[in-house]
Write a protein that binds this ligand. Structure first.
Ligand code: SF4
Length: 240
């Protein structure tokens, strides 16, 4: 039975995407091959020796546990929260897909499961798509990430994700250029039923909001039913 490398397990209110406002338990997996400039989980790129598990729920007090979790140990920790909704996040959880394949069925439908992913690992998603309830996939904008483009990978990934309820999260800033706008338009036209949540890079006071609204305005004029603008609301609430 594979084990999972997990950075932390904690309770919070979902601050992003279409499940915003939901109380959830967040299971943060370690490791991600991407290096987005705005990544707010720097620990995912460093070797760590222990996992932090919040207890009691919503206390912001943490206990230390060994880094590698078996499915049984993870489920034991989750039961302590008594919250029936999970955000499987990272890092990139799909980099530990062997564990997800073994662990997710042991939840026996007791949780609503949201998978938060960078949206580039289509083959891994195919292996677990039947085991999650909602997929939140990123569309990586190179001017915001500082990374290479992943348009083809996103297209393949969404083709798998649409088997289940899903939405795309577009983290962007005032630097989004015309080429990126055109690539994103193409993606939105290819998947007309998919909701695209535009999320300005935090913190908002550092953003050129006039330019942010101008970029969003171009998409909302073309795809009024497909777009949402939702900033990271947990940052306003000063919660995890
Ligand atoms: S994909 Fe997510 S976890 Fe990975 S570097 Fe980007 S923001 Fe961080």
């Amino acid at each position: 039975m594979p084990t999972a490398k997990i950075i932390e397990i904690f309770s919070s209110i979902q601050g992003e995407g279409v499940w915003v406002g939901r109380p959830q338990v967040f299971v943060r997996f370690h490791g991600c091959k991407l290096q987005c400039g705005y990544c707010d989980t720097p620990l995912t790129h460093h070797s760590i020796t222990s996992a932090h598990v919040e207890f009691p729920p919503f206390s912001k007090k943490f206990e230390n546990y060994p880094l590698a979790f078996t499915a049984d140990e993870l489920n034991r920790q989750l039961r302590r929260f008594e919250i029936p909704s999970l955000a499987i996040t990272g890092g990139e959880p799909l980099e530990q897909v062997d564990f997800l394949r073994e662990w997710l069925p042991t939840l026996e439908g007791k949780y609503d499961v949201l998978l938060e992913t960078s949206g580039v690992e289509a083959e891994a998603l195919q292996r677990v798509i039947g085991l999650v309830d909602m997929v939140s996939l990123d569309v990586k904008i190179p001017s915001a990430t500082g990374e290479i483009p992943y348009w083809e990978e996103h297209q393949k990934f969404i083709n798998v994700a649409v088997q289940k309820p899903c939405y795309a999260k577009v983290v962007f800033d005032e630097g989004m250029n015309d080429q990126e706008i055109n690539e994103l338009k193409n993606l939105m036209e290819t998947f007309p039923s998919l909701c695209f949540v535009f999320q300005p890079v935090s913190p908002l006071p550092r953003r050129d909001m006039k330019r942010i609204f101008a970029v969003f305005g171009r998409f909302s004029a073309l795809f009024p039913k497909q777009v949402r603008l939702i900033p990271q609301t947990h940052k306003f609430l000063s919660i995890l």
